[in-house]
Ligand binder design. Sequence first.
Ligand SMILES: NC(=O)C1=CN([C@@H]2O[C@H](COP(=O)(O)OP(=O)(O)OC[C@H]3O[C@@H](n4cnc5c(N)ncnc54)[C@H](OP(=O)(O)O)[C@@H]3O)[C@@H](O)[C@H]2O)C=CC1
Ligand SMILES: C[C@H]1O[C@H](OP(=O)(O)OP(=O)(O)OC[C@H]2O[C@@H](n3cnc4c(=O)[nH]c(N)nc43)[C@H](O)[C@@H]2O)[C@@H](O)[C@@H](O)C1=O
Length: 314
Amino acid sequence: MDKSSKIYIAGHRGMVGSAIQRKLEKEGFTNFVTRSSSALDLRDQKAVADFFEQEKPDYVFLAAAKVGGIVANNVYRAEFLYDNLQIQNNIIHQSYLNDVKKLMFLGSSCIYPKLAPQPLKEDYLLTGLLEETNEPYAVAKIAGIKMCDAYRAQYGCNYISVMPTNLYGFNDNYHPQNSHVLPALIRRFHEAKEQEAPSVTIWGTGSPKREFLFADDLAEACYYLMENYNEPGLVNIGTGEDISIKDLALLVKKIIGYEGEITFDVSKPDGTPRKLMDVTKLSEAGWKYHTGLEDGIKFAYQDFLSKEGEFAQR
Ligand SMILES: NC(=O)C1=CN([C@@H]2O[C@H](COP(=O)(O)OP(=O)(O)OC[C@H]3O[C@@H](n4cnc5c(N)ncnc54)[C@H](OP(=O)(O)O)[C@@H]3O)[C@@H](O)[C@H]2O)C=CC1
Ligand SMILES: C[C@H]1O[C@H](OP(=O)(O)OP(=O)(O)OC[C@H]2O[C@@H](n3cnc4c(=O)[nH]c(N)nc43)[C@H](O)[C@@H]2O)[C@@H](O)[C@@H](O)C1=O
């Protein structure tokens, strides 16, 4: 990409899209095209076609999606399938019709089979059954990978697919029910501390293991791969290290300084028992994360505190 290239970041107000924009600005890029979902509903085929014809971006980061934690994925199953298929189909097809030079599609580690061997290698795609709570989201993400590969094979488009592990960071979603585990725990422990509550409840058994990457590190990896990687298939983006949900809760409790007990609500789903990324391909491409989990949670907590007034309204 040249510093003057016109870059469309779909989802620029979200946690990942905003991190990608910050990274590109830091690298000296200035020519961005962005639209909020209220200005451009990416599910709308005609509106997306008009937008691409008018703006003609050179490069596209596809970081717009219907996103949420385990319960949101399970409850809003139709929206997770329909919205994500529409958004990615419209953007990928219009990128082809309007000669976009390169596109990056963001998938997720949930595309792998629920009981795949660990760590998760890219080759494990489509080798087994998906986890039931997020099957609609995963099916949409798998379709996105296959779209990029099909457009590369048939039309020669340089579209690449990256699979981030579980993310957290600035501009995260702190909704009590719909968010991912880390922002949910930051908010719950913080509120329990403020209210001097005797205990905090976390969902499930606490035994599932997850890997967490700070969103600004992800944005660096996305930039690095956009500049240096041009292959079909998929690339995992993660740290290669994981932690149990119980230990994660203990770490958040310590950082926030909450002194009560932790209890477990086993009526809530555990989801996939473990999702540890094999990051060999990414390491071989030349990238490694640098923000450790404890530092990253401290940064995210500061961001939460700076926006706490907004969250109280939601
Ligand atoms: N968060 C995570 O843990 C992980 C995320 N990912 C992937 O990273 C990408 C970004 O996720 P993240 O930043 O966390 O999500 P966010 O929810 O923070 O941001 C998603 C963005 O998508 C936009 N969007 C959603 N629906 C529409 C629509 N119909 N039309 C236009 N824009 C829309 C929103 O725009 P607006 O703000 O204007 O409404 C929002 O800015 C997604 O592809 C996600 O699947 C992958 C792995 C883990
Ligand atoms: C990124 C990824 O995110 C989702 O998959 P997930 O990894 O299961 O993500 P999660 O963050 O929601 O949960 C992780 C674990 O944590 C436990 N847990 C405890 N207490 C809370 C809690 O309060 N909130 C949440 N959300 N989870 C909690 C929870 O029960 C589970 O065992 C999918 O949307 C998938 O599509 C996807 O891509």
